[in-house]
Design a protein around this ligand. Structure first.
Ligand code: ADP
Length: 319
């Protein structure tokens, strides 16, 4: 394989740039030509593709977002859209494509692989919802952003005796809420993977209040429901003043943590190695600090699992 392409797609995450850098540098190290595809699959269909050199990825390892930009494309989901993408890949002579993104992006990569274009998926999402890897690129940075925000909320929460509901991202996964809740000592963590027992949440809040607790923090994963609606229910059921904060897109931005930069560098380079080895339709990951790769179909059909021991621990530590 002599010419490869790289694109970022779907929701962006901090560390995608470090992954793009690793792909470009590793490919050049192995004397391959490497092409950056701008604006995800939309740009692929439109031929928004440029040759990348060593300098194209200089000074980006520390930057959030993605220099290749990201996009969502409905057209690419159609047969015609995928044909257009293949025509462009042929035009540029690109023999393999590395797709940095989440599960939606991997569905696209799987379609191209089926049509004869070897694709490798690199998990880049703050949601940590990709099976086959302990961590996705961006999760650690987002986690630290959430922790920083909740630390600040905690200061004001102590000054006024209040209950705080903090809604965090994660789509259908509760990882960000669970990790942030454990790291922040939240009283209650609500995640989609575990059924919400509203009465026990209320009982716990009242018990804490009676014991003289100055404040309570409830972390709500967005997959469970809307923070404002939940806050209203809590206020009505407890008669305690309740405030709601929806952290929103600040969780997607910022300079990637050291962990995410290293993870992105390792996973990006591993993806290039797989293409060099003639592999196709694989998703790279890290498990027990070892680089791994799995069949993309298997990754797309497996459900995401939460660490139930960690959930149990968070309950034990927040009695
Ligand atoms: P993420 O990769 O973060 O999960 P999306 O779900 O929005 O983000 O997917 C990103 C893009 O991947 C979509 O806009 C679309 O172009 C492509 N994609 C998603 N699902 C499919 C599919 N079933 N077939 C082909 N392409 C898809």
């Amino acid at each position: 394989m002599k010419k490869i392409g790289v694109l970022t797609s779907g929701g962006d995450s901090p560390g995608m740039n470090a992954a793009v850098r690793a792909v470009v540098r590793k490919a050049i190290f192995h004397e391959m030509e490497v092409y950056g595809v701008y604006n995800g699959y939309q740009g692929l269909m439109e031929g928004n593709i440029k040759r990348m050199e060593l300098g194209s990825v200089g000074d980006i390892i520390q930057r959030g977002g993605t220099i290749l930009y990201s996009a969502r494309s409905e057209e690419f989901k159609t047969e015609e859209g995928q044909q257009k993408a293949i025509e462009q890949l042929n035009k540029f002579g690109i023999e393999g494509l590395i797709v940095i993104g989440g599960d939606g992006s991997f569905r696209g990569a799987e379609k191209l692989t089926q049509k004869g274009y070897p694709c490798i998926g690199v998990p880049g999402t703050i949601d940590n919802d990709i099976p086959g890897t302990d961590f996705t690129i961006g999760f650690d940075t987002a986690l630290n952003t959430v922790i920083d925000a909740i630390d600040k909320i905690r200061d004001t929460a102590t000054s006024h005796e209040r209950t705080y509901v903090v809604e965090v991202m994660g789509r259908n996964a509760g990882d960000l809420a669970l990790w942030a809740g454990l790291a922040d000592g939240a009283e209650t963590i609500l995640i989609p993977e575990q059924p919400d027992d509203f009465d026990s949440v209320v009982r716990k809040l009242k018990r804490g209040h009676d014991r003289g607790k100055k404040h309570s923090i409830i972390i709500l994963a967005e997959g469970v429901g809307n923070g404002f609606a939940y806050g209203k229910r809590i206020e009505e059921a407890t008669d305690m003043e309740t405030r709601v904060t929806i952290l929103g897109h600040i969780q997607r931005g910022g300079s990637p943590t050291g962990f995410d930069r290293v993870l992105a560098s390792r996973l990006g380079a591993k993806a290039v190695d797989l293409l060099l080895d003639g592999k196709a339709g694989r998703v790279v990951g890290i498990q027990n600090n070892k680089l791994v790769d799995h069949d993309i179909v298997q990754i797309l059909t497996q459900p995401h699992k939460i660490d139930l021991d960690m959930y149990k621990l968070s309950n034990e530590l927040s009695i």
